[in-house]
Design a protein around this ligand. Structure first.
Ligand SMILES: Cc1cc2nc3c(=O)[nH]c(=O)nc-3n(C[C@H](O)[C@H](O)[C@H](O)COP(=O)(O)OP(=O)(O)OC[C@H]3O[C@@H](n4cnc5c(N)ncnc54)[C@H](O)[C@@H]3O)c2cc1C
Length: 313
C-alpha cells in the first residue's frame, strides 16, 4: 500500500453535499485539501430525480445529479485535490491524523468527516432476495423499470412521499404502505400526494414477506392494529410489481466507533461541527442533528472547513 508523504491541512472524507461544500470552502481558503470519496460524487442526493427545496433551486427538472455536478466543478475550481479510495481506518490521536484507505494512507492536520448515511432496509422476509428484482431504494435509478406496473412505497416521511410522486409518473398506480394512520411528511408534500389520482394508501400496514420466483410477484402485508394478514399479488399479465423502501437512514460511522462520541450511531458535534477530538469535525447526515437535507449538509460542510482553518491558524 502507498503512503502519501504529502501532509494535508485538511482531509475531507466523503464526496456528498457536506464533503463537497467543505472541499469548496477549504480550497477557497487556500488550505491544502484532499477530498476522499469511495464512489461517485454526490452521495444520497444523486439518487433523487428532483430536488425542489434547495434554496435558489427554481430550475424546473433540476436533479440531484445535476446539482452535484456543479458543486463538484466548484471543488476543482478552488484547487481541492480529489482521490477515489475507500477509507478503512482513521488514526485520530495526536496533531497529525492518518487516514488509511484501500490504496494509500494519507496524513493531515485536520479531518472533516462527511461520510453520510444510507437508506434503512424495509425489514421484511425475502427483502435481500428481491433487491434488483423488484425491491429498490432509489426511485431515480429504477423508476423506469416499472413503467406501467404497480408499485408500492414503504414509508411516510418527506422522502417517501416525494419519491412516490416521482414514481407515479412511471407506474400505473403507486400505493404507499405506512405503519401509522398519518404521514410524517410536511403538510405541503402530503397535500400534493393526496391530490395525485395515481397514489393510494395502505394505512397501519407493514410488509411481512415478499414472494416470487425470480421476480417479485407477491407479498404478505399485516395490519398492525388487527394483525390480519393480506396477500397482494401482481396483476396476472404483469407478473411482477415493485417495492420501494424509504424508511430512513443509517449513519456511516462504523469507522469511528470507540474513537469519537456518538449517539445512536450519529457523530456528536457542537454547533461549530467540532467532535470531541480537536482538529476533527463532522458534517452532514453522519452527525447528530434534527434535519438531514442538502441545505443543512452544505451548511455543516462550510462551517467545518472554516473551523478547520481557524484551528490551523
Ligand atoms: C431518495 C432520497 C431523496 C432525497 N431528497 C432530498 C431532497 O429533495 N432535498 C434535500 O435537501 N435532501 C434530500 N435527501 C437527503 C440528502 O440527500 C442528504 O441529506 C444529503 O445527501 C446528505 O449529504 P452528506 O454529504 O452528509 O452525506 P451523503 O449524501 O450520504 O454522502 C456521503 C458520501 O461519503 C462517501 N463515503 C462514505 N463512507 C466512505 C468511506 N469509508 N470512504 C470513502 N467515502 C465514503 C459516500 O460514498 C457518499 O458519497 C434525499 C435523500 C434520499 C436518500
Amino acid at each position: 500500500m502507498d503512503v502519501s508523504y504529502e501532509l494535508y491541512d485538511v482531509i475531507v472524507l466523503g464526496g456528498g453535499p457536506a464533503g463537497l461544500a467543505a472541499g469548496i470552502y477549504a480550497g477557497r481558503s487556500r488550505l491544502k485539501t484532499l477530498l476522499i470519496e469511495k464512489g461517485m460524487y454526490g452521495g444520497q442526493i444523486s439518487m433523487t430525480n428532483e430536488i425542489e427545496n434547495y434554496p435558489g433551486q427554481l430550475q424546473e427538472g433540476e436533479s440531484g445529479a445535476s446539482l452535484i455536478a456543479r458543486m463538484s466543478e466548484q471543488v476543482v475550481k478552488f484547487g481541492t485535490e480529489t482521490v477515489q479510495d475507500i477509507v478503512k481506518e482513521v488514526l485520530l490521536e495526536g496533531e497529525i491524523k492518518q487516514v488509511i484507505c484501500e490504496r494509500a494512507t494519507y496524513k493531515c492536520k485536520t479531518l472533516i468527516i462527511a461520510t453520510g448515511a444510507f437508506p434503512r432496509a424495509i425489514g421484511c422476509k425475502g427483502e435481500g432476495q428481491f433487491v434488483g428484482r423488484g425491491v429498490s431504494y432509489c426511485a431515480t435509478c429504477d423508476a423506469n423499470f416499472f413503467e406501467g406496473f404497480d408499485v408500492y412505497v414503504v414509508g411516510g416521511g418527506d422522502s417517501a412521499i416525494e419519491e412516490a410522486m416521482y414514481l407515479s409518473r412511471f407506474a400505473r398506480k403507486v400505493t404507499i404502505i405506512h405503519r401509522r394512520d398519518a404521514l410524517r411528511a410536511a403538510k405541503s408534500v402530503q397535500e400534493k400526494a393526496f391530490r395525485n389520482p395515481k397514489i393510494a394508501f395502505l394505512w397501519d400496514t407493514v410488509i411481512e414477506e415478499l414472494h416470487g420466483e425470480g421476480l417479485l410477484s407477491g407479498m404478505t402485508v399485516r395490519n398492525v392494529k388487527t394483525n390480519s394478514l393480506t396477500q397482494i399479488l401482481a396483476d396476472e399479465k404483469d407478473g411482477m410489481f415493485g417495492v420501494f423502501g424509504f424508511t430512513g437512514n443509517i449513519p456511516k460511522s462504523e469507522l469511528f466507533v470507540g474513537k469519537l462520541e456518538m449517539d445512536e450511531g450519529y457523530l456528536v458535534t457542537n454547533e461549530d461541527m467540532h467532535t470531541n477530538i480537536p482538529g476533527v469535525y463532522a458534517a452532514g447526515d453522519v452527525r447528530k442533528k434534527s434535519l438531514r437535507q442538502v441545505v443543512t449538509a452544505v451548511s455543516d460542510g462550510a462551517i467545518a472547513a472554516i473551523q478547520a482553518e481557524k484551528y490551523l491558524e
